[in-house]
Design a protein around this ligand. Structure first.
Ligand code: ATP
Ligand code: MG
Length: 285
């Protein structure tokens, strides 16, 4: 099973004065079972890219392989419902799409739509709410009574309730407080480690990439300019400089310590590990 983009281009509103080529000849391979971060400046094409994964957008050129399904340009792509059940897409600011009168109905909308038996839906709704840190007392509330962060959780629960194999999240922590953002990232890691979900996260937060992602894809002006392991990416100073990406402070600390003669292991990418290794090196352990 694979997720692959093969020579994919995407043009918005072709043959109109608003025509805009947002993806240019994308070749990309995403590891199933991993957490992949997609980064790049605003307008670089991240949201356009991820909307291909559940066929919300179909390539103008090339093809996209998503698990057992291939989406082709210039072809009538059928059986998209099965794909959309396997690939859950959480939009940028998903809370804007809550619409039902209760949270139970909103989170249950996806499973209902995909034909999950009614008696199973409620349990799925409760389980999904629990995963995002909300208990059963929320079931009868209106989504509109919630705070922004809670609405975001409900919207994500609505996708989890479909039980997709691949979860695609477009800036899921944008606008959340630091603690809320960390809880959210911990949820995605748990979904990956415990339930083997493939996770793709669009983010502008380099700490999140370093701390949580296995792989990273960098977009620039509609093109993929780098793809590989997240740790290796942050070790490549030349590449970071060329892409104008500021590494998290812990990477700078690591570089400066090594530049000053300390030896740090390949795994020393967080403060605890760095502190422990330095203590050992200076004979305090
Ligand atoms: N519906 C649309 N019609 C025309 N052009 C669009 C449309 N949606 C996006 N674009 C253009 O395509 C380019 C890529 O947009 P996209 O939303 O994929 O970027 P992004 O990397 O997700 O940016 P951000 O970080 O701001 O969310 C932008 O230049 C944008 O203006
Ligand atoms: Mg976007």
């Amino acid at each position: 099973m694979a997720i692959e983009f093969k020579a994919v281009s995407y043009e918005y509103s072709p043959n109109t004065p608003f025509a805009y080529v947002a993806l240019k000849n994308i070749n990309l391979s995403i590891q199933v079972g991993k957490i992949t971060a997609i980064i790049g400046a605003t307008g670089s094409g991240k949201s356009t890219l991820v909307q291909h994964l559940n066929a919300l957008l179909i390539p103008t050129q090339g093809e996209v392989v998503v698990l057992d399904k291939t989406l082709y340009a210039h072809s009538k792509n059928t059986q998209l419902k099965a794909l959309r059940q396997k690939v859950g897409l959480v939009f940028q600011f998903p809370e804007a799409q809550l619409f039902e009168e209760t949270i139970e109905k909103d989170v249950g909308f996806g499973p209902k739509n995909f034909g999950v038996p009614p008696e199973e839906i409620k349990q799925r709704v409760i389980d999904s709410l629990k995963m995002v840190g909300l208990d059963e007392t929320y079931l009868d509330l209106s989504p509109f009574e919630l705070s922004g962060g809670q609405k975001r959780r409900v919207a994500i629960a609505g996708i989890l309730a479909i039980n997709p194999d691949v979860l695609v999240l477009d800036e899921p922590t944008a606008g959340l407080d630091p603690q809320g953002a960390q809880q959210m990232m911990a949820l995605f890691v748990n979904l990956n480690r415990t339930y083997q979900k493939t996770i793709l996260i669009v983010t502008h937060n380099m700490e999140q990439v370093l701390d949580y992602a296995d792989d990273v894809v960098v977009m620039e002006k509609g093109e993929v300019v780098s793809q590989g392991k997240a740790r290796a990416f942050f070790k490549d100073k030349e590449l970071l400089d060329r892409l104008d990406i500021v590494a998290p402070p812990v990477v700078t600390l690591r570089d400066q310590l090594m530049g000053n003669g300390f030896t740090l292991s390949e795994d020393a990418f967080d403060l605890d590990t760095i502190a422990r290794e330095i203590a050992r090196e200076v004979g305090h352990e």
